[in-house]
Design a protein. Structure first.
Lengths: 334, 490
């Protein structure tokens, strides 16, 4: 075979594949964003780190919810937006590290459309420190650098991520397929087999969770505490308001946290409260703090007829419970 | 501009196209084009440091040419050579070692000097060493009246500029001057080699990095690592740096081959080495050859007795370690390798003339490879750790020091390690796959020639074009997570 023809075949294969993938991402992305239940795709677990910064840019929301899988599962824009007459965005990603949490909040605050940012504080637990993130997290997609400066050449990175990244292919495929399974008039709550954020905790799930999370603690390391303070500092002069909350883990699992590391659990809350108090003492943009990781109507819930109305498992609350939380926090129509 | 980024793909396509369009009718024009492209490549990172690169090039060229002239007239040129070396070492000391030098002086002498924090210019270690070799060679009569254009292109030639290979002027400049047009083979070979490197980087090295980072960062924070964390962190980093540097070398060579220019082989399956001596003939070959020729030999090499030889080896590796960065961990890493090399040479001397029975040769070879890998991996701990106490922490964890559980030894982790071991020890490397088309200049070390791959040997067939094209796409899709090469920081 002639060598020039090798290059032609090689480059042809690459060009064809790129064209197909870019077209797929463009079409699937448009389908998700324009689907009536498209917001529910934000509750899916997949390649959310890759595509959510792009969606944030495209949706230009007023309300942004940041946190780990608790947030990702628990807040469905398709449910929240009509109820609170707002445009919300679920910026939850699984196993979010403290650094990622701070950076995603910085990203949200940098968007002029954003009026309120709500952050679940469990993302600031553990020992993660500056720069620690999971593999698919990429700083170049965020609006600002860690120091708060605009990210250089960001439009280029957003473009390549949106059309040419494996993460986009995966998330678009998952989202489009999930939405395509909904029949006319159905929403995500009708298909908990696909949109698992809407599934109900059963006795078996509860027992499995208690066993799986038997040694789980809820403590904040030095690095995580620093990231929390850095995040608050970013909010000091931001236009958007910020609310933090201790997520409503079920009392059964809170008992395990206390059993495994009672002092660590108390210290977590104390350090977070202290950071917020210090912030509010010297910043005009006050931060609200809500503690749902305590006995309340939600966390004391028990199974009814072997099924939980509000939980997927002991730490993941369902989107209707997420809406209730926002109402408790006073997040109302803007 | 990192090789593993979309802007570089576009840049490379433009550079190759422009170079090929110019190559037939305008031999000087194509060199000018390549020089401007190389400067644009460097300026993409920070345009202001382009002045430093150009200034360093001009000063070294001026000194080198004057040395050549004085040599031709048989005049004394020692002062000029010393001035040139001082200029280069001063530059690197100011930008790279300022914090370490002043900080150490403050610690030892308590003088309280303000610690400067200069921004480290990209590639300074590489272009400085290359120019030192030019000055030394000019003094030895090995440089040949290069034009400023050729010299500047030798320094700035983009495929090697950022992280090597550390090239010699006589490797590259004759190729720039050659009127030879890049062959059609070259485009096909370069594309394939570049793809192999890209796949190693984005599919392997970048996916190992987060796990190794999490464990070494935890060690840096003072977490007492448990054995699982320490072993997995250490092994993941050993494989990460292997694939990262291998990927970089393939992509550098591949980029250059597309332009019809061969760079020296820089990476040749180092974990297949059966001794530390062999390891350094396979790992960062251009650096070890530079250190041998311009430091070890100048220190006296093996000409002044056994003890002095071992001392020279130790000093050479110590400074080679320090070349990697302004941190005592790099120096300790180099010192460890210096010690390994001295032990290795002493062992060779003690066992000279002895041969193992035929039945034992294979098991002994396997044991030697395993021992070499263990020794280099142990040294990688020091190399990767942010400070010495972190390194102690990781090493302590190997022997059951702590109780952390950052990662678990899952079936996936076991399968990953097995797959990586298979690739590293049982697969042919890229040079062996591509041997028919000689994608690199040969190794400067005797006995390190490329063994042709019996199977999987690359041929420019239509099937291979499609297969490597698809591998390229998979690797490109994984690029959503941009990670610089480890050697970019040096």
């Amino acid at each position: 075979m002639e060598k020039t023809r090798y290059a032609v075949w090689f480059l042809g294969t690459v060009a064809l594949a790129i064209a197909v993938l870019a077209a797929f991402n463009a079409l699937a992305g448009a389908y998700i964003l324009n689907h009536p239940a498209g917001g529910s795709v934000q509750t899916l677990s997949g390649f959310e780190r890759a595509l959510k910064p792009i969606w944030l840019e495209q949706i230009q929301p007023r309300l942004v919810l940041v946190g780990s899988s608790r947030v990702r599962d628990g807040f469905d824009p398709a449910l929240i937006d009509p109820a609170l007459e707002t445009r919300s965005f679920n910026y939850g990603v699984s196993s979010m590290t403290p650094y990622e949490a701070r950076r995603l909040v910085q990203d949200a605050l940098a968007h002029s459309s954003v009026q309120q940012v709500v952050v679940a504080l469990d993302a600031f637990t553990g020992n993660g420190g500056p720069g620690e993130a999971l593999p698919s997290f990429d700083e170049t997609r965020l609006a600002v650098t860690p120091a708060g400066d605009p990210t250089p050449r960001r439009p280029l990175w957003l473009f390549t991520t949106r059309y040419l990244s494996g993460g986009a292919v995966g998330m678009n495929a998952l989202g489009a397929w999930s939405l395509a399974q909904l029949k006319a008039g159905q929403n995500a709550a009708d298909r908990p087999d696909i949109f698992t954020a809407y599934s109900h905790m059963t006795q078996a799930v509860m027992q499995k969770d208690l066993s799986y999370r038997s040694r789980r603690t809820m403590r904040i390391g030095d690095g995580a505490a620093r990231e929390l303070s850095t995040m608050l500092a970013a909010a000091c002069h931001a236009r958007a308001r910020m609310a933090l909350f201790f997520p409503p883990d079920n009392m059964a699992i809170i008992a395990r946290y206390r059993q495994s590391d009672n002092a660590g659990f108390d210290a977590f809350k104390r350090i977070a409260r202290g950071a917020v108090a210090r912030h509010n003492a010297h910043c005009s943009n006050k931060v609200a703090l809500f503690d749902f990781m305590a006995p309340n109507a939600l966390t004391r819930e028990t199974l009814r007829n072997g099924s939980s109305p509000d939980y997927v498992d002991l730490v993941h609350f369902r989107p209707p419970a997420g809406l209730w939380l926002l109402q408790q926090m006073g997040i109302a129509a803007n | 501009m990192p090789f593993n980024s979309y802007p570089y793909f576009v840049f490379l396509a433009v550079a190759v196209l422009g170079f090929r369009l110019l190559e037939k009718g305008a031999p000087i024009g194509r060199r000018v084009f390549l020089l401007l492209a190389s400067y644009a490549f460097y300026a993409w990172w920070r345009a202001d440091f382009l002045l430093l690169l150009c200034g360093s090039t001009l000063v070294n060229y001026g000194i080198g040419r004057e040395i050549e002239r004085r040599r031709a007239r048989q005049q004394d040129r020692r002062a000029l050579l010393i001035a040139g070396l001082a200029f280069n070492l001063g530059l690197i000391a100011i930008f790279k070692y300022d914090t370490l030098l002043v900080g150490t002086a403050n610690d030892l002498l308590g003088v309280g000097l303000p610690v400067p924090h200069f921004f480290l210019p990209l590639a300074i270690s590489f272009f400085t060493f290359e120019q030192i070799s030019y000055l030394v060679d000019a003094d030895a009569g090995k440089a040949h009246n290069y034009s400023l254009l050729d010299y500047a292109l030798f320094v700035a030639y983009f495929p090697h500029l950022i992280a090597g290979p550390i090239v010699r002027h006589d490797d590259l400049i004759p190729q720039f001057r050659s009127a030879r047009a890049a062959k059609d083979d070259d485009l096909a070979t370069g594309l394939t080699l570049f793809t192999i490197g890209l796949a190693k980087k984005s599919l392997i090295a970048d996916n190992l990095a987060p796990f190794a980072d999490a464990i070494f960062n935890a060690a840096g924070r003072g977490t007492h690592l448990g054995p699982t964390d320490s072993w997995l962190g250490t092994l993941f980093f050993a494989f990460q740096i292997y694939f990262d540097f291998s990927a970089y070398s393939d992509m550098a060579l591949g980029s250059s081959v597309m332009l019809g220019i061969r760079l020296p082989v820089n990476f040749h399956s180092p974990y297949k080495s059966a001794s530390i001596i062999e390891f350094w003939r396979r790992w960062h070959i251009s650096l070890s050859a530079f250190l041998r020729d311009y430091l070890y030999v100048k220190l006296g090499g093996n000409r002044r007795g056994r003890g002095r030889r071992y001392l020279n080896l130790f000093i050479t590796m110590l400074l080679g370690g320090l070349w990697h960065g302004a941190n005592w961990t790099f120096m300790l890493w180099g010192g460890l390798h210096g010690l390994y090399l001295a032990i290795n040479h002493a062992f060779r001397r003690a066992t000279k003339g002895r041969t193992a029975p035929a039945a034992l040769r294979m098991p002994l070879h396997v044991a030697s490879v395993a021992l070499t890998f263990s020794a280099t991996t142990l040294a990688w701990i020091v190399f990767r750790s942010p400070d010495l106490s972190s390194a102690r922490n990781v090493i302590g964890g190997l022997f059951g020091g702590g109780h952390s559980a950052i990662v678990s030894f899952s079936p996936l982790a076991a399968a990953t390690l097995l797959l990586l071991s298979f690739i590293v020890w049982l697969m042919p490397n890229s040079m062996e796959l591509m041997w028919r088309y000689r994608p690199a200049l040969p190794s400067p070390y005797a006995g390190q020639s490329v063994t042709p791959a019996r199977r999987l040997s690359w041929q420019p067939t239509r099937l291979n074009a499609a297969v490597y094209g698809l591998i390229c796409i998979v690797a490109v899709l994984a690029l959503s997570n941009l990670k610089p090469f480890i050697y970019f920081q040096f």
